[in-house]
Design a protein. Structure first.
Length: 264
């Protein structure tokens, strides 16, 4: 069994929590002709693991899905494996995609979409945040729903590296907040517009750690924050466009919020 076949099997491992041991990173046996692809895949995993270990305490388990969304008609990641790392910092939690930068399973060149997305926040309910070693309910949090929704959108358009290079910080609206599983119940009303939308910035300058995963085997990979904004801030972006977006990014940095998402 090749490494890609092993990943296909793992795509259905765990709803909410997928044991990191199931990744079987030590597995290097490959079908003939697949050794180079398998080596790049494993090295990509190792480099991401090392990156997040430098940011905080990485949970040994990852958040995942019972069935890969890509197999059910949702946007496809570079492979059928769609997972999320949890990193605990001194005063916040990071939930980050773990797979948007995997080498493409279909043979396309490069480290996937060239990025991993993340949300960093101190405002996850204690019941969902759990204690170190327990991420069983983090998939019920607004932060997980937010980053997973944005990840699907990014995958659906084939990545956003070119847009980030051109514009720096991007903005995005998530409609239908009242129909969401967690965001509509856990995010304060001042973050939701009158037409039931939530706004985020994508690509705020990262404060406190590097914004790139060094040493990826096939192509550069950046880490891209998703930052929640208030309804008033979103309305300003709707009317002010790119200039308003740049001004908001500068204001968040001036306030010390930077890339972090706050519900306060």
């Amino acid at each position: 069994m090749g490494f890609w076949d092993r990943i296909r099997q793992l795509a259905g491992a765990g709803i909410g929590v997928s044991p990191a041991a199931a990744q079987d990173k030590a597995a290097t046996a490959a079908e003939e002709g697949g050794e180079a692809a398998d080596a790049a895949f494993e090295q990509s995993w190792q480099k991401r693991d090392a990156f997040w270990a430098g940011v905080g305490s990485v949970e040994k388990d990852v958040l995942g899905h019972l069935i890969s969304p890509g197999l059910m008609g949702d946007p496809q990641w570079p492979t059928t494996r769609q997972a999320y790392k949890v990193v605990r910092r001194a005063h916040s939690i990071v939930i980050a995609t773990d797979g948007l930068s995997d080498p493409f399973e279909d043979g396309r060149k490069g480290n996937g979409f060239g990025m991993e997305l993340f949300v960093e926040t101190a405002d996850i309910l204690p019941a969902h945040a759990g204690r170190p070693g327990d991420i069983s309910r983090l998939s019920e949090s607004w932060a997980f729903e937010l980053v997973s929704h944005v990840a699907g959108t990014v995958a659906g358009v084939g990545g956003i590296s070119a847009q980030l290079d051109q514009y720096g910080v991007l903005s995005m609206e998530l409609p239908g907040v009242s129909q969401s599983h967690a965001i509509g119940k856990q995010v304060p009303a001042r973050y939701v517009t009158a037409d039931d939308s939530l706004g985020v910035l994508i690509g705020m300058p990262v404060e406190g750690f590097s914004a790139a995963v060094e040493g990826m085997p096939l192509s550069p990979v950046r880490v891209v924050p998703v930052t929640i904004i208030t309804a008033a801030e979103l309305e300003a972006l709707r009317t002010g466009g790119a200039d308003a977006r740049r001004a908001l990014a500068e204001e968040l940095a001036r306030q010390g919020r930077h890339h972090r998402s706050s519900l306060r």
